[in-house]
Design a protein around this ligand. Sequence first.
Ligand code: AMP
Ligand code: MG
Length: 412
Amino acid sequence: MPSDVRMRGFERRSTVDEAVAWVDEHARPLPSESVSLESAYRRVSSVDVPAAIDVPAFDRSAMDGYAVVAEETVGAGEYNPLSFRVVGESLPGRPSDVGVESGTAVRIMTGAPVPVGATAVVPAEYASESEGLVELTTAIAPGKNVGRVGEDVRTGDVLLPRGSWLRPQDVGLLASTGVAEVEVVRRPRVRLVVTGDELVRPGEERGPYAIFESNSFVVRSLVERDGGVLESQRDVVDDREAVREAVTDGGADVVLVSGGSSVGCEDHAPNVVAEAGELAIHGVAMRPSSPAGLGRVGELLVFLLPGNPVSCLCAYDFFGGRAIRRMAGRSGAWPYEPRVGTLSRKIASAVGRTDYCRVRFDDEGRVEPLALSGASILSSTVRADGFVVVPAECEGYAADATVEVHCYEPRS
Ligand code: AMP
Ligand code: MG
């Protein structure tokens, strides 16, 4: 049985790089599942999807107008209208049953099949029709205003390579070739285990020393962003059995434990993981979040997120989120837009420690580190536009240094 880590402090802290490497080794894309196109948005394709048909499947008109033999319009102009006999009409889904021959035209609408014999479409603004005749006031080149078979998609083309994160237009393209279901990477089922005897849920009665639980609201939003699906949230008291049951119960691919991750006497999660499986990393040389832990119980990946709200967010983003994104078939990279800027004040750090420093862009667009941004000050992340990571090998950044800001989601 592993020894009890509580109240002995951390003997050694892992580096962030070691913890990230552990995530990358253990968080692999999950097997695929088939989903209907209606729910394919923001999923990741797990196979190359080939086109089963040409799009368009027939030559179609790109304009409302008249389908003609292009060569017959030579010489037509505003002062020299040429006259054609209108022999039919082609509408979308309802082609003309007569073709176009010398001296004739077919009235045609955008998207309608181009009749046999026609080689171009003269737009309606260069045409005036009356009593079965249409006068055309422009010459037109062959192929003009005709969308050719396969000009959009050719049969057999790979529409989207495997591993594509499906955007709205990607889903539309699949639909345009008749695909109704697509193979995508299964979403990781994520359980939130929220520990802390002092916690009450918002909306509940709060005693004088109780605090409102906020971490689950942050983390469940992040899980959704990263492509995970919430399996359940279990609020548990600081009791070893309760924590063990909530962490090890089947049904999840990832368990995120909020609070109780450190070495205090109420911190049961590290021992629970060590006992049921492997606590690979406990204690990380970073600020905030140094009491974070990473481990697994069989196939289940467990992330111990310190309870302090900024630590919880930070540990999620460095480790838990990375795992969830990778399991969902995405890259592990930060899901934050990078923006380079100049620091307005220095950021102090220590060699050997990675810092997650909240910053805002000031009125001049410079990057201002937020002062007094302790691990418990959640509002620092709300004032912030993003964060700067100070890597372990770096002592900090001088004022005027160029830094990369990972921008939180934009407000507008
Ligand atoms: P812990 O990691 O359990 O030692 O908690 C560290 C600090 O974070 C304590 O002040 C807790 O009250 C606070 N805390 C723990 N869990 C939450 C939570 N879910 N929401 C807000 N604060 C929390
Ligand atoms: Mg606690």
